[in-house]
Structures are given as C-alpha cells and as structure tokens.
Design a protein around this ligand. Structure first.
Ligand code: ZN
Length: 204
C-alpha cells in the first residue's frame, strides 16, 4: 500500500463510524449500534480490534454492564461530534464550537493514552492505554477523525444530497469532486427516477 492509500484507509474509518447511524440527517435516524457487543463487532470489522481482543472485551463488558454502557454513550457522543463537524465541513460551513469542544475533550483523553512505537518505516501511533480498557477502539476512531480534520482530504468530504435525510458522509474521490450520492444504486437511483417522473409530468 502506498502512503496515500494508507491515509485514505485511516481517514475512511471515522466516516464509516459516523455513518453507523442510518438516515443520519432525517427526523428519525436508525441506530445500528445498539449495544457494546455491536460496537466491538463494528470495531472488529473495521480492523480496530483483532478477534481475540474483541472477544475478550465482549466478555469483560458482560461483567461490567455499567462501564460498557458508559462506553456506548461515549461512542455515540464521539460519533455525533465527528458527524456534525464533518457535515459542516462538507457544506463549507463553520462547525459549532460545542461540537469541536466535545471532540477535543474526547480526543485529549485518547491522546493521553497513545504512544509511538517503532516499526520498519519509523514510528507509528499505537494504543498505549490498558489492554482491557473497554473504550480502546474509540481511540482509533478519534485519531482517524483528527487525521482527516487536519488533512487536505477534508476538502473531499461530501454528504449524500438525498432530500429525505440519508445524510451519509463520503470521501469524494471523483476527479472533479462531483459525487453527490451515497451510492448510485441507492439515493442516486431514486433521484434519477424522481427527475424522470417530474420531467414526464411536466411534459404531460
Ligand atoms: Zn444517500
């Protein structure tokens, strides 16, 4: 993988996490992370946890229900702060200072538990907190968002233009920055069909 691809992969992570609330911009968003086990499952799929750690954390969470609930709440707070900041950015608006402050509070907690570890190319950031910390996957999400917010790729963050409130965030990698939809098969297809209907109606 080139350095550029690595960067894209790392910044994509926070977008994927922000998109774990479906219909995010609508009046009735649909939650996809209902429990700590869901959060650990998402993190496992995103490559933030290996299978062994994910299982250990799920077991630990079952024993410490209130701590696990607190992590779930923290995850959602972090997600909403990231989402709101990125939506503002996608529309070239100034994010709310309350969202930036929330993000910074969570970020500084994770930065305090980060460390640099030598690898073949130099150094890399790694989790430096306790091995059994239930919130360790959020460290990777916070770091991904911090990377995106400080990278030129921030200019490429877009939001699905669907008018029902799809709200999906993406990194627009199209040459002329013209991507409008979460997917051409989903909202893009619906918009095309709607335009077609309106055209036919107007012609009648
Ligand atoms: Zn969409």
């Amino acid at each position: 993988m080139t350095k550029e691809q690595l960067t894209s992969k790392s910044v994509q992570l926070c977008l994927d996490f922000a998109n774990t609330l479906d219909w995010h911009a609508s009046e009735h968003p649909i939650e996809t992370i209902h429990s700590y086990a869901d959060l650990a499952g998402w993190a496992r799929g995103a490559g933030l946890l290996n299978e062994r750690t994910a299982q250990q954390l799920r077991r630990a969470a079952a024993r410490q229900a209130s701590e696990a609930d607190a992590v779930l709440t923290q995850a959602r707070t972090l997600r909403e702060a990231i989402y709101e900041i990125l939506v503002a950015s996608a529309h070239r608006k100034t994010p709310r200072s309350a969202d930036v402050a929330t993000f910074n509070t969570i970020l500084s907690d994770y930065l305090a538990r980060s460390q640099l570890v030598r690898n073949s190319e130099g150094f890399a950031w790694e989790w430096g907190g306790s091995e059994d910390a239930l919130d360790q996957m959020l460290w990777g999400v916070a770091r991904s968002a911090a990377d995106l917010l400080t990278s030129p790729e921030l200019q490429r963050v877009g939001q699905c233009a669907d008018d029902r409130g799809c709200g999906y965030l993406f990194l627009d990698t199209s040459k002329n920055h013209t991507r409008q939809w979460c997917s051409m098969r989903g909202c893009g297809n619906r918009a095309k069909a709607k335009r077609h209907c309106e055209k036919v109606k107007n012609e009648e």
